[in-house]
Design a protein around this ligand. Structure first.
Ligand SMILES: C[S@@+](CC[C@H](N)C(=O)[O-])C[C@H]1O[C@@H](n2cnc3c(N)ncnc32)[C@H](O)[C@@H]1O
Length: 229
């Protein structure tokens, strides 16, 4: 049985993974106003802020305090790792992620980094509670919005209508939107990618699929870049 989850789970990646998933350049990391949508317990915000970047993360998970988020991560950790170990051939193992034990360690490190930063970041307004498809931001408030491992990945859990409305909303608040991966759980291509691109085209937004230097789900080395009309 392919990798599957009943619901969207909190799971966190690092700044280095975001940099590669979204082909973020040194100039963008240093100066762009970046929105991390569905960042969950990723350490992207913590690490980029420490490096001097400008980033706001938004996720429904941020309704909760650090203890509650930490407990929720603990609850799902073994399920996610069990699914990974049961479907090893869906992933690329190599120098970046050596094996499942290594994966467990780097995910824990990223999520611990997030949890350590979260109370201060929440107080500073860097972690905001909110959810797609309606974001509490002004038109064009960000240069770039990134959305990792929520849209397209959870094709089985999130409707097409919510996908299209979400990408349109991200295009409203950011000049450019980058979404990764374009695969769903189980590492099959999401059937929503082309209809989302067509939906954007109907309102004169541009979208294109581009390769990136990151592949952990086998075949998942492409992102969708979208631009408002
Ligand atoms: C698998 S985690 C990905 C975390 C992070 N982006 C990463 O790649 O490491 C998925 C996240 O999507 C968030 N999420 C669920 N529904 C959402 C919605 N409607 N809008 C925004 N985020 C949502 C969850 O709370 C969770 O933190």
């Amino acid at each position: 049985m392919p990798y599957t989850l009943d619901e969207v789970v909190p799971w966190g990646r690092s700044l280095e993974e975001y940099r590669r998933m979204f082909a973020l350049t040194p100039d963008e990391l240093a100066g762009a106003r970046i929105l991390g949508c569905a960042d969950g317990p990723a350490s992207f915000n913590a690490e980029l802020t420490a490096a001097g970047g400008r980033v706001v993360s938004i996720d429904p998970l941020y309704a909760f305090d650090a203890d509650a988020i930490g407990r929720r991560v603990d609850e799902v950790f073994d399920t996610v790792m069990d699914q990974t170990r049961a479907n090893l051939d869906e992933f690329v193992w190599g120098p970046v992620v050596v094996d499942p034990d290594h994966l467990a360690r780097i995910r824990r490190e990223a999520m611990d980094r997030f949890l350590a930063d979260y109370p201060a970041g929440r107080a500073a307004g860097r972690y905001l509670e909110g959810e797609l498809p309606a974001l509490p931001f002004a038109d064009g408030e960000f240069d770039i919005a990134v959305c990792s491992h929520f849209l397209f990945l959870y094709t089985g859990q999130v409707s097409f209508e919510l996908h299209l409305a979400s990408v349109l909303e991200l295009c409203r608040v950011a000049a450019e939107v980058r979404i990764f991966p374009l695969l769903q759980l189980g590492s099959e291509p999401s059937p929503y990618v082309l209809p989302v691109i067509e939906g954007l085209g109907r309102v004169d937004h541009a979208a294109r699929v581009t390769p990136v230097d990151y592949e952990f789900q086998r075949g998942g080395n492409r992102m969708l870049r979208c631009y408002r009309a």
